[in-house]
Design a binder for this molecule. Structure first.
Ligand SMILES: NC(=O)c1ccc[n+]([C@@H]2O[C@H](COP(=O)([O-])OP(=O)(O)OC[C@H]3O[C@@H](n4cnc5c(N)ncnc54)[C@H](OP(=O)(O)O)[C@@H]3O)[C@@H](O)[C@H]2O)c1
Length: 313
């Protein structure tokens, strides 16, 4: 297959692009940076397309190449519904295939917080078969792009909703927890401030496991049109267990709660109770990495190493 990845240098995008390369596919990946093209994409056999995906000029560049591909995946950093719809429409505008030609698969990367129902029992539980929720204000824009992708007649549209993703540079776990713990570990008190509530349960997934789901879904695109997959481990973890594990590996002595500010931080401490099954049922996908708490020694070291690399750039 020819695969086109928008956001191929990203936390989710790079492992996904590498998974397609390893599986033998021809992979194109966008970046706005010549340096990332030379250092992250080309060395990993990902064909770099250097363009700003949202600019008029960039849209022409990537739209033309993406239109020749069998799979297009939007893994750009989230920027609201308008920009994601713009990206989807630009791809559709460039599609010009003879009648009867196979349709391409289009995968939009969304997030699990659009299914969150909060902490509780089975009434709060969710999976791919459950409707979306209005619980988290921060993500109420997601259906505005998900629905047109899923209902499009021009593509095999699929949505992958990621849980909170861990591994490598830590992504949201770095900004909410690791960065604060690292700073505090160098102080006398060794106590870090972080946004949490005692009851919060986090649904998470390793970035390599999510990459494997992209690959499996993309290869089966023509029979998965209109499906939503949830990329999450089979069990959730209590946020305080994650924080306790960070205390253990960072040399800190504890943590203090700071109140959530704004809708994103409210979403961070919302509980998403989930055990996904559609990825396994339709593609044989099963996450293989250790959970965040169990593998914290590895994930903390990887976070530190990635931070050091970034700081010396
Ligand atoms: N990370 C998570 O835990 C998580 C969980 C669930 C869902 N998601 C969703 O997955 C998607 C990707 O997330 P991510 O964490 O992988 O994102 P990311 O690493 O922050 O960004 C992905 C790529 O988007 C490009 N980009 C960033 N800002 C841009 C801008 N202003 N204009 C054009 N391109 C830009 C960058 O490529 P260049 O700089 O090379 O151009 C970057 O490598 C988002 O929709 C996010 O909401 C993420």
């Amino acid at each position: 297959m020819k695969v086109f990845i928008l956001g191929a240098t990203g936390f989710l995008g790079l492992p996904a692009a590498e998974a397609f390369v390893r599986a033998g596919h021809i992979v194109y990946g966008t970046t706005r940076s010549e340096r990332s093209a030379a250092e992250k994409l080309a060395p990993n056999e990902i064909i770099p397309i250097v363009a700003d995906p949202y600019s008029d000029e960039g849209k022409k560049v990537w739209g033309k190449i993406a239109a020749q591909c069998d799979v297009v995946i939007d893994i750009l950093s989230a920027n609201g519904a308008k920009s994601a719809i713009d990206i989807f429409h630009n791809f559709l505008d460039h599609l010009d295939r003879l009648k009867g030609s196979p349709k391409p698969t289009y995968i939009y990367t969304s997030g699990l917080w659009i299914n969150t129902r909060g902490y509780g029992g089975l009434d709060k539980w969710t999976d791919e078969r459950q409707p979306t929720s209005t619980y988290n204000d921060a993500v109420q824009w997601r259906p505005l792009i998900e629905v047109p992708v899923l209902e499009s007649e021009k593509v095999h549209g699929v949505v992958i909703r990621g849980a909170v993703v861990y591994g490598r540079d830590g992504s949201a776990f770095a900004s909410y927890i690791f960065d604060e713990a690292l700073k505090a570990s160098k102080t006398e008190e060794k106590v870090f401030d972080t946004v949490y509530s005692k009851e919060t349960r986090i649904a998470s997934i390793h970035t390599d496991d999510m990459a494997d789901l992209y690959l499996r879904v993309a290869e089966r695109g023509p029979i998965l049109k209109g499906q939503v997959f949830m990329a999450s481990n089979q069990a959730t973890e209590r946020l305080t267990d994650i924080l306790d594990a960070v205390v253990r590996v960072s040399g800190c002595t504890g943590y203090k709660a700071k109140p959530p500010k704004g809708a994103m931080q409210e979403a961070w401490i919302s509980s998403t109770l989930i055990k996904p099954s559609l990825g396994d049922a339709l593609t044989g996908w099963r996450p293989r990495k250790m959970s965040l708490v169990d593998g914290m020694d590895i994930y903390w070291s990887s976070y530190l190493a990635n931070k050091r690399l970034r700081d010396t750039e």
